[in-house]
Design a protein. Structure first.
Length: 225
């Protein structure tokens, strides 16, 4: 996977964005899936944002009988077990290039947020914690930590204390709550700064959650002086 394969859709909340949010969709969705969150997360005219929504490539997914769909990497089994390590690392490299593209457009890494839902959240977690320059924050929604045993050795010091907003549905039937809790515990054990919240929802994002995310972003992306 490379950036040439990642189509992106963008939405800005004002001219001359002062921060960027790279938001990764879930398995089988596409770049437009989270377009509706933009108005809810608008931080006002003094903090215009650029939302970058990339499309995952089309891949055969093992747990779905090899059906081709948009996926950041292959999923080999339900629940914890053997993972597509090569695919996960390729996805992280491609997303890292999108972060660097934002830097080249004038947004410093400390003003770049990486966000994702479900498989996109897992990819965001894996990528951000291995990125060599300090980012602004991480949104990990209804997801899990890929390759958790690799984290202690690969966690970049620049992002060890990266503020992480991690949320999960209490009735999630796709990724049960305990999977999110186990990932949270692994992150905390590695010294990460996790702000954990649960909501009375299934595998989804709710208005209450978006309000909490907006408050979190407002704290992590202060208005320019």
């Amino acid at each position: 996977m490379s950036t040439t394969t990642l189509e992106t859709f963008e939405h800005t909340t004002g001219t001359d964005p002062v921060a960027s949010i790279v938001w990764l969709h879930g398995l089988g969705a596409d770049a437009h899936d989270f377009e509706p969150v933009v108005p809810a997360l608008d931080l006002g005219p003094d903090r215009p944002l650029r939302f970058v929504f990339p499309n995952a490539p089309l891949l055969p997914v093992t747990i779905n009988n090899g059906m081709v769909m948009r996926a950041w990497y292959d999923i080999l089994s339900f629940g914890p077990g053997r993972e597509d390590e090569a695919g996960i690392r390729a996805a992280a490299e491609a997303i890292g290039e999108l972060i660097r593209r934002e830097q080249a457009r004038g947004v410093p890494p400390e003003r770049i947020v990486l966000a994702g839902f479900s498989q996109g959240g897992a990819t965001a977690l894996f990528t951000a914690l291995r990125f060599p320059e300090r980012l602004a924050a991480l949104l990990a929604l209804s997801c899990y930590l890929p390759l958790p045993d690799r984290l202690p050795a690969e966690l970049q010091p620049a992002n060890q204390r990266l503020p992480i907003f991690m949320a999960h549905g209490e009735a999630d039937h796709v990724l049960p709550l305990w999977i999110g809790e186990a990932s949270r515990d692994a992150l905390i054990a590695a010294g990460c700064d996790v702000r954990w919240k649960t909501y009375p929802m299934m595998h989804a994002v709710t208005p209450e959650e978006l309000a909490d995310i907006r408050d979190f972003l407002a704290r992590q992306l202060p208005a320019p002086a």
